[in-house]
Design a protein around this ligand. Structure first.
Ligand code: ZN
Ligand code: ZN
Length: 372
């Protein structure tokens, strides 16, 4: 590391007191702090150098050894291993002067680029829209970067100036009894800069409220709770940061015809017991045109037939779920005399016991035991 004399680095006398060394380092650190000199390698080197010098001279033992042996006396203990070390004295000296934790940088976080907030929009769509996909126009109220000042908050042609009260630091020191406190600067509210002529469009806020119309593409097959991410359509970024994203959260209406089970659709159809027994062709609704489905002979009530690929598409894929057709068998509640006659005939052929047969048997039994 640096072989420059530590006293020279901090620009102090060899007999300087601890307090003088501290003050000198504070001045250096403020001047060369990386956050105040972004991208300036020379400043960063000076900042590190000052931190290293202060690390030795603040410590009586280390300072005595340095005074006797110079840099050679520091051996392996000398030098900072990583950037954490360099910032390690910040807490001691500056307290929370920079407005937030040490190690990350300096000055108010307000001046750093930040991504805008993400927005959520709840969108209700019909079952048809979910099944087939659609383009929906939505209106999003949001805070956008002011197009006039591009978020700088200053009127075009002007720029924010460093705050004179706090010297651009954003904090001022405050004596309170024995203590010295750092508080946000009252002139700039901690921003470190003041705007002499605010942007007329946004009145110096850097952002404007707008209602943005957006066309959102809904892929076929979406379901309730699905989120569509629209990049960059959230709130405007701060200090040149990127916009947030917009999340459109879908709520799909139920359908009168179909019951949804994932990407499968369930539909229920009734057939007569004759159709069930003899077999027939049955018209079944689908997402497109109705189709004819074969009901085989001897179909039982509650039986489910699967028509593959006639369900809902999987979003973004070439495949679809199935259509499940539940067949319900309708038993007639009223029969004409002719229908009843034919059914009894059927029953006799079938070998089943008809009600009349049963009645006859009961009658015979009753007569036999003498209660008729
Ligand atoms: Zn503006
Ligand atoms: Zn200020």
């Amino acid at each position: 590391m640096s072989q420059r004399d530590y006293y020279e680095i901090l620009n102090v006398d060899r007999n300087a007191s601890g307090e003088e060394i501290k003050r000198a380092y504070r001045k250096m650190a403020m001047q060369h702090h990386p956050d105040r000199n972004p991208g300036d390698a020379a400043a960063e080197a000076k900042f590190k150098e000052a931190a290293e010098a202060y690390d030795v001279l603040r410590d009586e033992t280390k300072r005595a050894r340095y005074d006797r042996f110079g840099h050679a006396g520091m051996g392996q203990q000398n030098g900072f291993q990583n950037s954490e070390d360099i910032f390690s004295h910040f807490g001691d000296i500056f307290g929370n002067l920079f407005g937030f934790s040490m190690g990350g940088g300096a000055r108010g976080r307000r001046n750093r680029p930040q991504q805008g907030a993400d927005l959520r929009y709840n969108l209700g769509i019909s079952f048809r829209q979910a099944a087939k996909g659609d383009n929906v126009t939505i209106k999003i109220p949001r805070n956008a970067v002011c197009p006039e000042c591009k978020g700088s908050r200053a009127a075009p042609g002007t720029s924010p100036e460093s705050c004179r009260t706090c010297g651009g630091v954003g904090q001022v020191r405050h004596n309170q009894g024995f203590f010295q406190l750092s508080v946000p600067c009252p002139s700039c509210q901690g921003a470190g800069e003041v705007i002499a002529s605010p942007c007329p469009r946004c009145k110096g806020r850097g952002s404007i409220h707008e209602v943005r119309e957006l066309s959102v593409s809904i892929p076929a097959g979406v379901d309730t709770g699905n989120r569509l991410r629209v990049r960059g359509e959230g709130e405007g970024g701060i200090n040149g940061g990127p916009n947030g994203d917009l999340y459109v959260v879908l709520q799909v209406e139920n359908d009168d015809t179909f019951t949804r089970e994932g990407q499968n659709l369930l539909v229920s159809r009734e057939i007569s017991f004759v159709q069930a027994a003899l077999g027939d062709k049955l018209e079944v609704p689908t997402l497109d045109e109705p189709i004819m489905m074969e009901v085989p002979k001897g179909t039982q009530g509650g039986e489910i037939f699967r028509i593959t690929g006639k369900g809902l598409p999987f979003p973004g894929r070439q495949t679809s779920g199935d259509l499940l057709v539940e067949v319900k068998v309708r038993i007639p509640t009223r029969l004409t005399a002719r229908q009843e006659e034919l059914l009894r005939e059927f029953a006799e052929i079938d070998g089943a016991k008809t009600i009349n047969k049963a009645k006859k048997i009961i009658k015979k039994v009753s007569q036999a035991i003498g209660i008729d």
